[in-house]
Design a protein around this ligand. Sequence first.
Ligand code: NAI
Ligand code: MG
Length: 353
Amino acid sequence: MPTYRIAVIAGDGAGQEIIPEAKCVIAALEPKYGFHLDYADYDWGSDYYFRHGRMCPEDFLDRLRQADAILLGAVGHPKIADNVTLNGLLLPIRRTFDQFANVRPAKLYEGVDSPLALRKGEKIDMVVVRENTEGEYAQIGGFLYQDQPDEVAIQTSVFTRRGVERVVRFAFELARKRNGKKRVTSVTKSNAQGFSLVLWDRVFAKVAEEFPDISTESLLVDAAAMNFIRRPESFDVVVASNLFGDILSDISAIIVGSMGLAPSANVDPTRRFPSMFEPVHGSAPDIAFKGIVNPLATFLCVGQMLEHLGRGDAAADLETAIGKVLSAKKVRTPDLGGSSTTSQVTEAVIAAL
Ligand code: NAI
Ligand code: MG
């Protein structure tokens, strides 16, 4: 039987609740589709930090390297600075494994209300592709005169032709594969960031020439934020830098109903390294451990992971089951206006498979 090695990091808060649920869903898919996921579970995250003063052991990247894919819940703790949790675990994984495309689909499912007053029949079905290895998140900079009145902080963004080109090309290829509007929107702010994002614009225009079948649009990030609200149905694939993609994908996540429905994949399309699948949301400390976290974002991540592993049949089945549960409007967690528990949603999805 085809077996895939999956490194699992449940992480913190909501992450610890939804990962066991995701495993239940996978256990229902395995016999149906004849594959097996072999888990290596790692207890890394904030609890590990309180015990050891770091988020994970020093050799964590070597351990993860063995895996075919990484499934992550969420990390983040109110008592630990967010840059510590992020830089201590997530960002090194994304960078070391060259997961340069962060793929964040946002689809308005039938039976789910958008906070936007959409015109009748209007659908939202877009993917934000966020550059994931450089840009504004490159950890380059420092403090001068720390804690003095004259303190200076410098933080440098890094944009390389190679880095921009590969993520833009990935976005065009995705638009070609998707059954969508065959359109790529590039988001920058080149009026203000006159070097880095001007390079981005030039590279975008050049790569676009290779895809005459895909229409293009270039927006400044402020206009893009507005248009995500004003005409969300017009977007198909959106490609943006690390920071802008991060911000915009929270907007795209919430206009399709809930953070609890937003999956994300950190992909190394070259497959030299394992890719990582994690919901867009964080550890949700405000609702964690009450049994009401929406597990569907993580289930959609499982779908992305199965697709990546070549099990598109199982992934499609899972998405259909999730769609059925949502359109039936019976079993849903409070973020979607329901009163069901996390496990009840899991049971409903398994029943719909
Ligand atoms: P968050 O995404 O954890 O929560 C934002 C809001 O959405 C909260 O009201 C929460 O209750 C709700 N929400 C999130 N996921 C939900 C789900 N599955 N079901 C229902 N409601 C859900 O973001 P927040 O509060 O800004 O950050 C909390 C912690 O998570 C911080 O420490 C932050 O650094 C970390 N974080 C980690 C991420 C990751 O692991 N990739 C991503 C974002 C934040
Ligand atoms: Mg974010």
